[in-house]
Each structure stands twice: as C-alpha cells, then as structure tokens.
Design a protein around this ligand. Structure first.
Ligand code: GLY
Length: 422
C-alpha cells in the first residue's frame, strides 16, 4: 500500500518505520530527517488541512494515518474521508474524547466507565463550590487542548482555587480554559493502554509506562513524556479489566451515540492501591513516546490492520508481540520543557558515527532538522533512543549504551527508565 503519515514527531517516525518495515511505500507530511530515511517527506504542515487533503489525493494513497490530535480535533479525518481517502483517525466528533475533557467525563458517566467524581465549572463561583464539595485533593483540567499543560494536580484548597483562577480569569490557556473539569484525585500508578478500533472491534496493543516528569524519581515539571517502558508493570489480569471495564464500554458508548470512531483509543488509566482501574482521560491518537517501544515490539502487518480499521473492517488477532522488552529514552534539548533551545548540533548519528544495530535499536527522531547538511535540535523532545532487550534490564542497558554515543549541548534525559519495577 501507499500510506501517508501526517505528523513530524517521534510517534510518526515509529509508525512510518514499522509500516515501511512491513513493505509499504510510506509518505509523510511534513516528516522529519529521521522519517526521511524510511519515507518520502512532503513539505505540508500538520495544520494545513487543505494541503494534507490535496497531498493525499494527489499521491493516490490507500491510507492516511493521522498522528497528532490537533488536526483530528479540527476535522482532518472527516475531510479526508469526504475526499474518498481511507483514513485511520477519528472524525471531529470522536476526537472530542481528547479535545474536550467535559465531553469525555460526561461520556464516561453516561456509559458507566469508571472515573472519579467531577464537576463542570464555567465560573469562579462554580469552581469554588466544586472544590468545597470535592475537597483539597482535586485535579483541575482545562476543557480544551492545552498542549498537554492544562492539567493541574492539587494538594490544597488554595492550589486548586489558584489553578481555577489561572484558567478562568487569567486565561492561561485561552479559550481552552473557558470551562473546566474539577475532579477528585485518584492515588495510584498510571499506565497508558492503547487500542485500535474500527468502531466495533478492539485490538489492544502492548501496554507501556510513560515517565512524565523531566527529572529522575518523578521530580520536576511535567513534559510530553521523557521515556517509556513496555511491557508495563501492569498484570495481564489488570489489563483484562481495563479492556472489559474501560475500553469495551467506550467503544459501545461511542457507537450508541452515533460516533463512528476509527482510530486509536489511548486510555490514561490510574490503578489504585486496591487494583481498581480508573479512567483519567482519553487521547484520540497514538501516544508519544509510548508508540516508539510498542512499534519495536510489534510484529504483523500494522499497515493492513490500520487500513482495515479505516474502512470499518479491522482484522482481529493480526498483530503479535515480541516477548522481549523495549525501553525508549527521550533526549531533550536544553531548557525543555519551559523554553527549549533549538539549533544545537547533534553528534553521533551521522557518517561513520552512525548507530546501526538493526531493528533491535532505533533512534527515532522527534525535534530534529537539517541545517547546512548538519543534524540539529529543532524542538523540546529531540530523539527517542529505543531498544529491545531480554527483559527490561537488557533493553535498558542497550538503550543507555546508545545514549552515551549521542551528544548535543544541553542534552537532558532521565537515567532511571526501567528501574521502577513492578
Ligand atoms: N505520552 C503522553 C502523550 O502522548 O500524550
């Protein structure tokens, strides 16, 4: 098949790499220097919906896979389908699962999907009342997309009130914070569970654990994700509960509400001390950096599965998992996450230095660019060094071995990936 991947990050590199390995002719828009090694890149931005549709039609692709959430929320999948292009990714109605925290929490409530108690607030008075009712241990969430920053986990009433004021009065996230969800905090350990769906069937992918803060030991500010380990610490029994109690009711609920959801259901799940899974939120696309280790472990024809899902006929049981573990170490730029610096030369990936250990070690590009032939940093998260190995310890050793061969000024990464254990 000829497949167009929309996006330019590490997630899209991993998807393009896996589908190219499966023998498909992969294109990407806009792509990045790493993606260019496995796909033909086109200079069309993620936000240029007209340009993406025109490109897909001009190339005559058999499938478009949309990576990021913003174009999905903006209706890119609807427009591609209207132009006759099979597309893996929900329409704007389904993408509200990620685009509106209020929509998703209310959907959970309507369909008995386990989630914490919550209130919807559009004013300071409503927010203060919600905090009075729910107590100090709450999470304040901007309703709309806020580049992953619109969630504030609070420990005191003052913090919760300040977060609500920051969003509602100071407009910290613009219109995305015009309305809020304030919900009770669930204490436990988080896991990302990604599933593919064609609107009726579900194919649950291998689970991965993200590491969200910039520093070791879960300290420091939150980031888009500093690394991932797959398989996660979650037992098969817990995963079976997540499927039965969260993912399957979501697919049924969406269908019952007339939403034909063909894409990824990415559930952020908190497992509490009693082992009960709670739905924190959904994303409507593959996770980043969850996708990187998951694609390394995946065998089977991903392109065929996504193409099937795109037309409502996803083959089930067509994917298999490498029993080895995979670890992805994100290398971030100086100043990330507050003010990432760009333009630093990256050493260790070009010419005689190049890391080449076949399919057991792949350096996925995220924020990179070519400037005068040199590879330079071009974003906050720069690279995702991803390795397979025997057990988490083996994967970790191989990934960190490669990290030591890569250098750029101000390079930041966590050193504790894979040490957490079960
Ligand atoms: N790993 C976090 C995300 O993809 O949103």
């Amino acid at each position: 098949m000829k497949i167009l991947v929309v996006g330019s990050g590490g997630r899209e590199h991993a998807l393009a790499w896996r589908m190219a390995r499966g023998g498909h002719a992969v294109h990407a828009a806009p792509g990045n220097p790493g993606i260019a090694a496995v796909a033909t890149c086109h200079d069309v931005g993620v936000g240029d919906l007209d340009g993406q549709v025109a490109l897909a039609v001009r190339l005559g692709v058999d499938l478009v896979v949309v990576g990021p959430e913003a174009p999905l929320v903006a209706g890119l999948a609807d427009r591609l389908r209207a132009a006759g292009v099979p597309t893996f990714g929900p329409g704007a109605d389904g993408a509200r699962l990620e685009g509106s925290k209020i929509f998703s929490k209310e959907l959970f409530a309507r369909h008995g999907i386990p989630t914490s108690a919550f209130r919807v607030c559009g004013s300071i008075a409503e927010a203060d009342r919600a905090i009075d009712e729910l107590g100090a241990d709450v999470v304040v969430k901007a309703d709309g997309l806020a580049a992953g920053k619109g969630v504030v986990v609070c420990a005191t009433v003052d913090e919760a009130r300040a977060a609500a004021r920051d969003m509602l009065e100071q407009k910290r996230f613009g219109a995305a914070g015009d309305r809020l969800v304030i919900e009770q905090k669930i204490v436990g350990r988080e896991v990302s569970v990604l599933a593919l769906t064609d609107g009726a069937r579900l194919e649950v992918l291998a689970a991965a654990e993200d590491h969200k803060t910039i520093f070791d030991g879960d300290r420091g500010p939150n980031t888009g994700g500093m690394g991932t380990v797959s398989p996660s610490w979650v037992s098969d029994a817990a995963l079976a509960r997540i499927r039965a109690e969260i993912l399957e009711p979501t697919v049924r609920g969406l269908a019952a509400e007339g939403i034909d959801y063909r894409g990824v259901l990415y559930a952020g799940v908190m497992i509490d001390r009693a082992g009960t899974p709670w739905t924190l939120e959904y994303n409507c696309r593959f996770g980043d950096p969850e996708t990187q280790p998951v694609m390394m472990r995946l065998s089977g024809d991903l392109g065929a599965v996504l193409a099937g899902a795109a037309v409502g006929a996803m083959p089930e049981g067509a994917l298999a998992w490498d029993p080895r573990a995979a670890v992805c170490v994100v290398l971030a730029s100086a100043g990330y996450p507050e003010a990432p610096r760009t333009g630093d030369a990256i050493g260790g990936l070009d010419g005689p230095d190049a890391i080449d250990e076949g399919d057991d070690l792949v350096v996925f590009h995220a924020g990179t660019a070519r400037k005068g032939g040199r590879l330079v940093t071009a974003g906050g998260r720069v690279l995702g060094v991803t390795a397979l190995g025997d057990g988490v310890a083996g994967a970790r050793a191989r990934a960190y071995g490669a990290v030591e061969r890569i250098r750029f000024d101000g390079m930041q990464y966590r050193r504790d990936l894979g040490l957490r254990g079960a």
